[in-house]
Ligand binder design. Structure first.
Ligand SMILES: [Zn+2]
Length: 281
């Protein structure tokens, strides 16, 4: 029996043109975010726990409760200093949320990272016993010279993280309409598929619940509405790939009832708990 929980590790505020891009070309899009004076509402920062017979699996780790401490965000980075606000109380960090629900963070077998942006990787220190599953491309991203500039806060990764990384490159064949996938569990019920665009190495997790799927989408879209509209976010690395990935996810939802989950979507938890499927025209 598989069960999925949606956890919220505090909130983040981003610029409105970050949440929803007005332009397609990246330099113009990013400039539009940097010069935007309007903030989004407080958006949730989601992550997920999957109870599976082969062990407990996390998808993403949410934000750190230290994210607003002086010096946590790089002082020289205009985007992190001026274009994002975060609010994560100690009791809202992922380790505390798991304990409050009766789960031991030290017992988590695997942590799948949809991607390595700060508000998804901030809770990594809570999981010293876990194996971290990253796409090969995202792993290269955190090792690149410009990693911090690109939103990967590598200075906060604990040593054990690097020792416990497993990379995947989707060699387990096609899955539904995705040409490539990796089976994460021996029973094949949990699969990873590449969804580049927001970052080049972004991946989503698909949980097979027998008569429906749960698609855990990280930042592959910022909300179900944006997914349905094919909208892109203001900071995505590759707008074309982002749109191709959301088109694939929409086609996936057409094939079989699917509950979609996104990290910054107000309604993720409600859709999961009330079993509300994503309706694609
Ligand atoms: Zn992100």
């Amino acid at each position: 029996m598989i069960k999925v929980h949606c956890l919220t590790t505090g909130w983040v505020q981003i610029k409105q043109h970050h949440q929803l891009a007005r332009f397609f070309k990246r330099p113009i899009r990013v400039l539009d975010v940097l010069t935007d004076t309007k903030w989004s509402p407080h958006l949730p920062i989601g992550c997920w726990l999957i109870e599976h017979p082969e062990g407990l699996i996390m998808v993403d780790t949410g934000e750190s409760s230290r994210a607003n401490d002086k010096g946590y965000q790089p002082w020289w980075h205009p985007f992190m200093q001026f274009c994002e606000r975060r609010g994560v109380k100690a009791e809202e960090e992922v380790g505390a949320l798991l304990k409050a629900r009766g789960f031991d963070p030290l017992a988590i077998k695997m942590v799948v990272m949809t991607h390595m942006h700060g508000d998804h990787a901030g809770g990594i220190p809570n999981f010293p016993n876990s194996e971290f599953i990253l796409s090969e491309t995202e792993y290269q991203g955190i090792q690149a010279k410009d990693a911090v500039f690109n939103g990967y806060l590598t200075m906060h990764y604990p040593d054990f993280f690097y020792q416990n990384i497993r990379t995947v490159n989707y060699k387990d064949g096609a899955f539904e309409n995705f040409e490539q996938s990796t089976a994460l569990t021996a029973d094949g019920k949990i699969r990873l598929v590449p969804t580049p665009g927001h970052t080049l190495g972004h991946q989503v997790v698909i949980v097979d619940m027998e008569d429906y799927y749960i698609l855990i989408g990280g930042d592959a879209s910022y909300s179900e509405t944006y997914l349905l509209n094919g909208d892109i976010d203001g900071v995505c690395i590759d707008g074309k790939k982002h749109q191709e990935s959301t088109a694939k996810m929409r086609e996936f939802c057409r094939r079989k009832p699917t509950i979609t989950q996104f990290a910054h979507d107000f309604n993720s938890e409600k859709r999961l708990n009330e079993k509300i499927f994503t309706k694609v025209k």
